[in-house]
Design a protein around this ligand. Structure first.
Ligand SMILES: CC(C)(COP(=O)(O)OP(=O)(O)OC[C@H]1O[C@@H](n2cnc3c(N)ncnc32)[C@H](O)[C@@H]1OP(=O)(O)O)[C@@H](O)C(=O)NCCC(=O)NCCS
Length: 190
């Protein structure tokens, strides 16, 4: 099926749902705040305030609500966001972005499961041909999660991020529809 609607459906996975915003999300996002360990992975420096303002939380929810392929990651409540950005229907490609905002929930397999669920939507429902992403080279946890989801490293952009006065490289990763298909039936890819 090729979906052209601007409102993506909820996507269900084991123990989580990827859903559209609803009442109370801005308050939940406000409570999660901006953990420095997590925001460093997005390229933020030490000077970024840890507290989210109410206005920022409201804008964050509005951005997801107005996005054609963005979801709130809900695991017993709002814990993060995931998006397919820059969807290009001519070349059938998009870029992937994800963030879990609660540090207690990192490294427990959720990011990989969510990534696989969104890739299934990208390839099966949007009929995309490839999905790509960029990730800071020091973000080894994310790179491991992306590899487990089927992404391959396609390149390295040297010194493309300046964080607290130091240059860092970005890793470019991608996955093709055929590669995702080939992994569906592989052992361990339930
Ligand atoms: C990136 C992110 C979505 C991955 O989700 P996750 O649930 O934490 O990742 P998973 O548990 O599915 O997989 C992480 C893998 O990295 C491994 N890992 C954990 N910490 C690691 C570290 N410091 N270095 C290397 N590998 C690490 C884990 O062991 C796991 O591999 P395994 O299952 O083979 O043991 C999540 O960590 C996150 O939101 N991080 C903060 C924001 C961020 O980095 N966003 C991406 C920006 S490009």
């Amino acid at each position: 099926m090729n979906v052209s609607s601007d409102t993506p459906p909820d996507l269900h996975g084991i123990g989580f749902v990827l859903r559209r915003p609803r009442d109370g999300d801005a308050e939940s996002r406000l409570r999660l705040g901006r953990h420095p360990e997590i925001y460093r992975m997005f390229g933020a420096g030490r000077s970024l305030p840890g507290l989210f303002s109410h206005g920022e939380a409201t804008s964050w929810v509005a951005r997801i609500a107005g996005h054609p392929a963005a979801w709130i990651i809900d695991q017993g409540g709002l814990i993060g966001e995931v998006r397919l950005d820059s969807i290009n229907h001519q070349d059938r490609r998009a870029s992937f972005a994800i963030g879990i905002f609660d540090p207690q929930l990192l490294g427990k397999g959720l990011g990989t499961a969510v990534t696989k669920r969104v890739l299934a939507y990208a390839f099966d429902e949007l009929a995309l041909h490839r999905v790509s992403l960029r990730v800071l080279a020091f973000n080894e946890r994310a790179i491991a999660a992306y590899r487990k989801s089927g992404f391959s490293i396609e390149g390295r952009e040297r010194e493309s991020a300046l964080i607290d006065g130091e240059w860092h490289d970005d890793i470019m990763m991608g996955i093709l529809a055929a590669e995702f298909d080939a992994r569906r039936d592989a052992p361990g890819n339930e």
